[in-house]
Design a protein around this ligand. Structure first.
Ligand code: ZN
Length: 246
């Protein structure tokens, strides 16, 4: 079975459509949260995810839009986008976001937006944080988003040794690579707000029968998304950064 892992769409419909256009009709889609926030098409993105994703968990922006997190916890630009999203989202789509479980475990995979330890808020950027999180899930792999940076961490060989370090495994773009036997925490990067310096939408394909994965990047009409965000009156910083993927 093949799965497309998408995360941090941030109401960027063109980026989401570009990714789904590449994904086969038989592939299941798993979404790691932050469907909304930042962008100008929240309803359209929630509708698309509702139809296409078999599994979905919420992110911090989704929770802010349904009032589960205080908007004061966000910077001014993000808070402005959240307030606009709250006014725009339909009641059924607000209810959908409210219905999502914080984490999901399915087969060999645990799904959490930030981390298995603190699913909504914790950022796993550094190996030290990744290392501490291996104790907080039981499956072979944990899929996370939230940082908008594609990365793969592997548990140390002697996980019980206090000094054993957790490794970053190099990502091969556009090539199938084995997940391996050691436990991993894997981030597919962001569909709608990439922050690794590459503006193209980022996602991951998983082949669970072979336990292989492939990172992919897809071009999409960034200028169209920027124009839509500008027309919607969203803060310039939120759409200008799409042009350089930061
Ligand atoms: Zn996000």
């Amino acid at each position: 079975m093949r799965y497309a892992i998408v995360s941090d769409i941030h109401a960027n419909l063109a980026a989401l459509q570009a990714v789904l256009g590449e994904v086969g009709p038989a592939d299941e889609v798993w979404c790691l949260g932050d469907i909304v926030g930042c962008g100008s098409e929240p309803d359209e993105c929630v509708e698309t995810i509702k139809q296409r994703a078999s599994v979905c968990i919420p992110g911090n922006h989704d929770w802010a839009c349904i009032g589960k997190i205080d908007i004061a916890d966000f910077n001014g630009d993000a808070a402005a986008a959240i307030m606009r999203t709250q006014r725009r989202l339909s009641a059924p789509n607000l209810a959908y976001l409210d219905s999502l479980p914080e984490t999901v475990t399915t087969g060999d995979f645990t799904l959490a937006h930030g981390s298995p330890r603190e699913p909504i808020w914790e950022y796993i950027i550094y190996p030290g944080t990744a290392k501490a999180n291996f104790a907080h899930f039981c499956t072979q792999v944990c899929l996370v988003g939230h940082t908008h940076l594609p990365v793969m961490f592997q548990e140390a060989k002697s996980a019980q040794k206090p000094g054993a370090s957790c490794q970053v495994v190099p990502i091969e773009l556009g090539n199938w690579q084995p997940i391996g036997r050691r436990r991993r925490i894997i981030n597919p990067g962001s569909v709608g707000q990439p922050r690794d310096g590459i503006p193209w939408a980022s996602y991951l394909l998983l082949d669970t029968s072979r336990m292989m994965l492939e990172y992919r990047r897809v071009p999409y009409p960034v200028e169209m998304t920027q124009r839509n965000m500008q027309k919607a009156g969203l803060p310039p910083r939120l759409y200008l950064r799409l042009g350089y993927g930061r």
